[in-house]
Design a protein around this ligand. Structure first.
Ligand SMILES: [Zn+2]
Ligand SMILES: [Zn+2]
Length: 368
């Protein structure tokens, strides 16, 4: 049955978001309805409110959530009501060449469903009966959500849901960039530009992979403190320590084996590239504006054999990686408790966005 509940909606770009009661349609064939327990506040949600991610409003925000299944659509036989799940914002079709190759983060079908469920329609209506978009194909900053079955990954019922939620974006994206995309080797050197929610997880992913030196670069000392707690061995604040590239060159003896850009700024991507050693790998995780360009020194490309790659959702294979990350947490090898530095009520979303911009949190989480 359809259910009513509160949701965070972007009504207009560059305006505060609003919390309204919406109607969530019951699941159709191959879908499930969730009661959301917790939803992380991610920079991508903010980017959707100012047009950096150009998704037209009205949109129900949120893509980093965990909850319990309250209703099953026809044909869903491998899950049951009451199951605990983490939301994946990349539903894998399982059939396209990327899914078949084991790279479901690049799934063709999911790339088409960024404002709707995979079938191209919405399950969300406002009080006037107008259709609302699903942010990132999910829209889970809400009390209820109807999603495609492929957008939910079952996990152990005893996992704290405010921590589990973060596995669905920040942790998967950051740890995945280090261990799935870059495949950081033990004993290597790593530089991470930007120590926000994603950067901290790249740092803990690199630490998990056995990196020797992990250098965190950020303009906020508070974030560099967090970075050290997550495994950074060195920190660079360019406003106090001078040029980050030169510092990394000096600390690594000629550049880091792996560099990660976790901000989404063309200038910083160029710095990360410059700070990568010969034969090393530069990974772009941050999302820039759609019109941004980067300039690289072409002459050096053949002489240095560097690799430049993006990392989409930490090259996630959600059905494998989410339970694996939860297991790493439960066995004290992955920090999730330390990541949640503030919790908010859904009505406090604008304050949560402000706090994120001020850099006071490792991650803020909305508890429903
Ligand atoms: Zn996110
Ligand atoms: Zn696919």
């Amino acid at each position: 049955m359809a259910r009513k509940g509160k949701a965070v909606i972007c009504r207009e770009w560059n305006k505060p978001v609003v919390v309204e009661e919406i109607e969530v349609e019951s699941p159709r064939r191959g879908e499930v309805m969730l009661k959301i327990a917790a939803c992380g506040v991610c920079h991508s949600d903010l980017s959707a409110t100012n047009g950096t991610i150009p998704m037209p409003p009205p949109t129900v925000l949120g893509h980093e959530a965990a909850g319990k299944i309250v209703e099953l659509g026809e044909g869903v036989t491998d899950l049951k009501v009451g199951d605990t799940v983490v939301v994946s914002w990349v539903p894998m079709c399982g059939k396209c060449r990327y899914c078949v190759e084991g790279r479901p983060a690049l799934c063709d079908a999911s790339a088409k469903a960024t404002l709707t469920l995979p079938d191209g329609t919405s399950r969300l209506k406002d009080a006037k009966g107008n259709t609302l978009n699903h942010f990132a194909g999910v829209g889970v900053m809400a009390e209820y959500a109807t999603l495609h079955r492929d957008s939910v990954i079952p996990i152990d019922a005893d996992t704290p849901l405010d921590k589990a939620a973060l596995v669905g974006c920040a942790v998967m994206t950051g740890v995945g960039a280090a261990i799935n995309t870059a495949k950081v080797r033990p004993g290597s050197t790593v530089a991470v530009f930007g120590a926000g929610g994603i950067g901290l997880n790249v740092i803990q992913g690199a630490a998990l992979a056995g990196a020797d030196k992990i250098i965190a670069v950020d303009l906020a000392d508070k974030k560099l403190e967090f970075a050290q707690r997550f495994g950074a061995t060195h920190t660079v604040n360019p406003s106090a320590d001078g040029d980050a590239v030169q510092r990394i060159m000096a600390l690594t003896g000629g550049g880091a084996d792996y560099t990660f850009e976790c901000i989404g700024a063309p200038k910083v991507i160029e710095q990360a590239w410059a700070a990568t050693r010969k034969g090393g790998t530069c990974v772009v995780v941050g999302v820039t504006k759609a019109t941004d360009q980067v300039t690289l020194p072409a002459f050096l490309l053949p002489f240095q054999e560097k690799t430049l790659t993006g990392s989409m959702y930490g090259s996630a294979r959600p059905s494998i990686d989410f339970p694996r990350l939860i297991n790493l947490y439960k066995t004290n090898r992955l920090k999730l408790d330390e990541l949640v530095t503030a919790t908010y009520k859904i009505e406090e979303i604008n304050r949560a966005f402000d706090d994120m911009q001020k850099g006071v949190n490792a991650r803020g989480v909305i508890l429903m």
